[in-house]
Design a protein around this ligand. Structure first.
Ligand code: ZN
Length: 407
């Protein structure tokens, strides 16, 4: 098990210097970063993120002859557009917005039956609409919105986040946040919620979990394919009182049957293998759902469980992978999310510690083969695209959001 992650030998907490001159002197470059005043460290994050963004754009767009093979936001070219949009939001550099729109346009030329934000057309149209709004191009905004509204959900669609109904709904809430409430009418959203709730209640279950879903024959618990992701999206929407109770009780069920370590199983069937500490499977993805539950419902029990999950991430989440989905970059967002809702600087420190580990060592470890750079090494969810996104977020940690998942 230990070979999945690096042992975390970083101090539990370190007070940072108030002036550069007080930064720890010594051999250890990681400790130097950790003791640096945040303003100076933030500059490091920003510089590295912007350099990485250039490399990623070149590798996924420039040298491909601007041809799109995999268009998805998850592992394909749209992930670069999403990174460019985030860069634009922080730097206001119009070139990033123009390039973002050019990439979305190329992604739009690829045909696909997938309908979600992360892996399907909802991502192309929703990001296209929002970027067009920022560019002041009303015609383009209308075009992408019309395309989005014409998406038809197949009857046999699963319910999970990457390919299912929850992933389509996330596109709706993204549009309503960035373009304006009611952009996607509540009747459209309600019809999809009804279907998700109906399917969840109908699934045969043992032990009293009110909602349960299957994806390729397995009842997953995690954010990518299972309960954590579906519950997370539902909590962004207007639910009926009985639906709220079902969501809460589903979370309570997961907390009750979590591993003694505080980690969460990958699926209902996988009750013995306490191994995965990823956003896609395990404590990190569940922790983000629990922090959302605290924001929406305010219940203390969810905050306590989220803090327990974050402890698992601190101890076993320094993964030998770089990405957002199942790597260190994604795990950092657990601490950022808890920092946002509690204001506790211990969580900011932990986010900083994991991020500094990446800043200091990721390139070296990947080039030595001691860390996996992702099957799609420049992608947003598996590769260094996610690390660049994280470094941008670390310059404004209280505003950080897990990409394409937290709003
Ligand atoms: Zn994953």
């Amino acid at each position: 098990m230990a070979d999945r992650f690096f042992p975390n030998s970083m101090p539990d907490f370190m007070v940072e210097a108030t002036r550069d001159s007080e930064t720890t002197v010594g051999e250890d470059s990681l400790m130097k970063l950790l003791s640096m005043p945040y303003s100076a460290l933030s500059q490091h994050f920003k510089r590295t993120a912007l350099d990485l963004k250039e490399t990623i754009t070149l590798e996924t767009w420039g040298i491909t002859g601007q041809k799109v093979k995999d268009f998805s936001l998850y592992c394909g070219t749209l992930g670069t557009a999403f990174l460019l949009f985030r860069t634009y939001q922080l730097t206001h550099n119009k070139n990033d917005l123009i390039l973002c729109l050019a990439i979305v346009n190329a992604c739009n030329s690829v045909t696909s039956r997938d309908v979600t934000f992360l892996c399907g057309r909802a991502g192309v149209y929703a990001l296209g609409a929002v970027a067009a709004k920022h560019a002041g191009d009303q015609n383009l905004l209308n075009y992408y919105l019309t395309q989005f509204k014409e998406i038809k959900l197949p009857r046999n669609l699963p319910n999970e986040l990457l390919y299912g109904r929850a992933g389509f709904l996330w596109g709706c809430v993204f549009l309503n946040k960035h373009i304006g409430e009611g952009t996607i009418p509540s009747a459209t959203i309600r019809a999809v919620i009804d279907e998700i709730i109906k399917k969840g209640r109908a699934m045969e279950r043992k032990g009293g979990c009110p909602l349960m879903y299957e994806w390729y024959g397995e009842k997953y618990w995690g954010a990518a394919h299972g309960l954590a992701g579906i519950m997370h999206v539902l909590m962004h929407l207007e639910l009926k009182p009985d639906e709220i109770e079902d969501v809460k009780n589903t979370l309570r069920y997961m907390i009750k049957y979590r591993f003694p370590s505080g980690n969460y199983r990958a699926s209902e069937e996988d009750s013995k293998r306490d191994v995965l500490v990823h956003w896609c499977h395990g404590a990190p993805g569940v922790a983000l759902t629990l922090t959302k539950a605290v924001e929406v419902f305010g219940d203390k029990e969810f905050l306590e469980a989220a803090v327990d999950a974050a402890e698992v991430v601190w101890n076993r989440g320094l993964l030998k992978r770089v990405g957002i989905c199942h790597g260190i970059s994604g795990n950092v967002y657990v601490f950022l999310s808890l920092y946002r809702i509690t204001g506790n600087i211990q969580f900011l420190y932990r986010a900083k510690a994991f991020s500094c580990f990446l800043l200091d060592r990721a390139h070296k470890l990947i080039s030595k083969g001691e860390m996996h750079g992702g099957d799609n090494p420049y992608s947003l969810f598996e590769g260094v695209g996610g690390m660049a996104y994280l470094f941008l977020d670390m310059t404004v940690p209280s505003e950080a959001r897990f990409p394409a998942y937290e709003l």
